[in-house]
Design a protein. Structure first.
Length: 70
Protein backbone atom coordinates (compact mmCIF):
# COMPACT_ATOMS: atom_id res chain seq x y z
CA UNK A 1 0.00 0.00 0.00
CA UNK A 2 1.34 3.43 -0.91
CA UNK A 3 1.59 6.01 1.84
CA UNK A 4 0.67 9.58 1.05
CA UNK A 5 2.86 12.28 2.60
CA UNK A 6 1.25 14.73 4.99
CA UNK A 7 0.28 18.15 3.70
CA UNK A 8 3.02 20.80 4.11
CA UNK A 9 1.20 22.60 6.95
CA UNK A 10 0.86 19.32 8.86
CA UNK A 11 4.56 18.58 8.37
CA UNK A 12 5.38 22.08 9.63
CA UNK A 13 3.17 21.64 12.72
CA UNK A 14 4.78 18.28 13.49
CA UNK A 15 8.27 19.73 13.03
CA UNK A 16 7.86 23.15 14.69
CA UNK A 17 4.82 22.69 16.88
CA UNK A 18 1.50 24.41 16.52
CA UNK A 19 1.70 28.10 17.45
CA UNK A 20 -0.42 29.04 20.43
CA UNK A 21 -3.23 31.43 19.56
CA UNK A 22 -3.26 35.00 20.81
CA UNK A 23 -5.13 35.35 24.10
CA UNK A 24 -8.69 36.65 23.93
CA UNK A 25 -10.02 39.10 26.53
CA UNK A 26 -13.69 39.61 27.38
CA UNK A 27 -14.96 43.04 26.30
CA UNK A 28 -17.29 43.08 29.32
CA UNK A 29 -15.05 42.12 32.28
CA UNK A 30 -11.58 42.26 30.72
CA UNK A 31 -10.57 38.75 31.86
CA UNK A 32 -8.70 36.36 29.57
CA UNK A 33 -11.35 33.88 28.41
CA UNK A 34 -11.97 30.80 26.32
CA UNK A 35 -15.66 31.31 25.49
CA UNK A 36 -17.57 34.45 24.48
CA UNK A 37 -21.36 34.56 24.69
CA UNK A 38 -23.44 36.70 22.35
CA UNK A 39 -27.16 37.31 21.94
CA UNK A 40 -29.13 36.59 18.77
CA UNK A 41 -28.05 39.97 17.33
CA UNK A 42 -24.36 39.12 17.72
CA UNK A 43 -23.81 41.52 20.65
CA UNK A 44 -21.34 40.09 23.18
CA UNK A 45 -22.72 40.14 26.73
CA UNK A 46 -20.49 37.77 28.74
CA UNK A 47 -17.61 35.30 28.82
CA UNK A 48 -16.93 32.08 30.70
CA UNK A 49 -15.75 34.21 33.68
CA UNK A 50 -18.53 36.78 33.98
CA UNK A 51 -21.47 34.50 33.14
CA UNK A 52 -23.05 32.49 35.95
CA UNK A 53 -25.04 29.37 35.17
CA UNK A 54 -27.97 28.60 37.44
CA UNK A 55 -30.69 25.98 37.41
CA UNK A 56 -33.96 27.54 36.20
CA UNK A 57 -36.07 25.84 38.89
CA UNK A 58 -33.76 27.03 41.68
CA UNK A 59 -33.82 30.56 40.30
CA UNK A 60 -37.64 30.53 40.13
CA UNK A 61 -37.87 29.39 43.77
CA UNK A 62 -35.40 32.06 44.92
CA UNK A 63 -37.28 34.73 42.98
CA UNK A 64 -40.56 33.73 44.67
CA UNK A 65 -38.98 33.95 48.13
CA UNK A 66 -37.46 37.38 47.42
CA UNK A 67 -40.75 38.82 46.15
CA UNK A 68 -42.80 37.68 49.18
CA UNK A 69 -43.98 40.55 51.39
CA UNK A 70 -42.54 40.55 54.92
Amino acid sequence: MNELPDAPWIQEAERDGYPSPEPVYCPCCGERCTTIYANSYGDVFACNWCLMEQDAWEWAEESKEESKPD
